[in-house]
Design a protein around this ligand. Structure first.
Ligand code: PMP
Length: 454
């Protein structure tokens, strides 16, 4: 079977996510058939290759076909592939829960499982509301979210998200959260630091909490980097202040670390950089090294005991069929093993220094604005008014063997943690070449501060 055969069959039978299918059918957005993956590379059916510089939608931490990940999953396959987690338990889910809890210093000692990020966010929202209800405060049934926040695509998660492209159409179906200003450091005015912007956003948060805390269950945030809106980065000061405000006004803090968890921001969990703990920590994506769908919501003893009662309805009666799937939990255990055995965070730090230097030509490109970096995430806004910049850049990058999917006019890099020096150099060099090629036919935009289009 050739690429063409797979493309034709896919276009007929598969409804691809996050895509206007006509763009695929007309080739504006090429559809790439993948035969196999190895390390950072994806290969099509005719031997062409693509460097997976976005870790296959931010999940694939250690590259494709990693031998230790593969071996762990194969071993688990011969023992137990799936079992109902209501009324039954198994070794991988117990070990994973214990190890994750230990990684939070046992502050978040109870893990509730689901299969994807959106479900984890739904669980955290429901748990928070239900906790207050169990404590006789059922009026606390609204949520706070940040401008530009993104927490998933289900109706519940869209209600606490603020990315118009994904949300606007479904507005009539949603229960809208209260949106407070983002601490996005790009908003810094002359002489202001990122921490100043964070303090400004926290002041606005306080104003909302002061007047409405009695009806608010939780504040949900993407710690340090708001991903889907365009990799908006903020100072840890915001999380410190938000934690203190949530404590003062008795509101839960939900940390959605679905994207930023597992080393993406330089520490294992992003909230560590603020020296605080959330009440709920949502994890997914990198949790299984990008191998299998799994998510978890980790929470405190206080929340857990808020549900522990003789009354069945005081309990958390929420479930998904694949909750705590053994294969996925085993993949997650292998992921944690690799973090420990390979000293991944230290390697990433060394890599990040080199890669940031390699990206200097992009950072200083005449049409680059707000080049930013945290941990293993790099982003830059491109000043262009070309409405087709995104598909144009995407195609030019693919033509140069790299997979980069801009968010609007923001180009970002979220590579797997295994790039070698040659791959890093190739990626940095070809990204600039793709940018120049994409811009060639589009007019120059003079001036600063192009907003992010999602
Ligand atoms: N929260 C954040 C911060 C995310 O980045 C995503 C996915 N991009 C989600 C939630 C939703 O996760 P999923 O796509 O697995 O439902």
């Amino acid at each position: 079977m050739s690429n063409r055969d797979w493309l034709d069959r896919s276009l007929k039978a598969v409804w691809h996510p996050c895509t206007q299918m006509k763009l695929h059918a007309t080739g504006v957005l090429p559809l790439v058939p993948v035969a196999r993956g190895q390390g950072a590379w994806l290969y099509d059916f005719e031997g062409r290759r693509y460097l997976d510089a976005i870790s296959s939608w931010w999940v694939n931490l250690f590259g494709h076909a990693h031998p230790r990940m593969n071996a762990a999953i194969r071993d688990q396959l011969d023992r137990l592939e799936q079992v109902i987690l209501a009324g039954f338990t198994h070794a991988p889910v117990v070990e994973l829960s214990e190890r994750l809890a230990a990684l939070t210093g046992n502050a978040l000692g109870h893990c509730f499982y689901a299969s994807d990020g959106s479900s984890a966010v739904e669980i955290a929202l429901k748990m928070s509301f239900h906790y207050w209800r169990n404590h006789g405060q059922a009026d606390k049934n609204h949520f706070l979210c940040l401008a530009g926040g993104y927490h998933g695509e289900t109706l519940g998660t869209l209600g606490v998200s603020d990315v118009a492209l994904y949300k606007e159409v479904y507005a009539p179906l949603l229960r809208q959260a209260i949106t407070v200003p983002s601490p996005d450091a790009r908003q810094a005015e002359t002489g202001e630091s990122a921490a100043d912007v964070a303090r400004r956003a926290a002041t606005a948060l306080e104003a909302t909490l002061a007047t409405r805390h009695e009806s608010i269950a939780a504040l949900i945030v993407e710690p340090l980097v708001q991903g889907a809106t365009g990799m908006a980065m903020h100072d840890p000061e915001y999380l410190r202040l938000a934690r203190a405000l949530c404590d003062r006004y008795r509101v839960h803090l939900i940390a959605d670390e679905i994207m930023v968890g597992f080393g993406r921001t330089g520490t294992l969990f992003a909230h560590e950089q603020a020296g605080v703990r959330p009440d709920f920590l949502c994890l997914s994506k990198g949790l299984t090294g990008g191998y299998l769908p799994l998510s978890t919501v980790m929470t405190t003893e206080d929340v857990f005991t808020g549900f522990y009662d003789d009354a069945v309805t005081q309990g958390f009666l929420h479930s998904h069929s694949y909750t705590g799937n053994p294969l996925a939990c085993r993949a997650a255990l292998a992921t944690l093993d690799i973090f420990a055995e390979d000293d991944v965070l230290a390697r990433n730090q060394r890599f990040a220094e080199r890669f940031t230097a390699l990206l200097a030509p992009l950072a200083h490109h005449p049409q680059a604005r707000h080049f930013r970096h945290r941990g293993m995430i790099w982003a830059v806004d491109i000043a262009t008014d070309d409405p087709d910049f995104r598909p144009r850049f995407y195609r030019k990058a693919l033509q140069r063997e790299i997979l980069l999917r801009p968010l609007g006019t923001t180009i970002y890099f979220m590579p797997p943690y295994i790039l070698d020096d040659d791959e890093a150099a190739l990626l940095a060099e070809r990204a600039v070449a793709a940018l120049d090629a994409a811009l060639q036919s589009s007019p120059l935009l003079v001036g600063e501060g192009l907003g992010v289009r999602a």
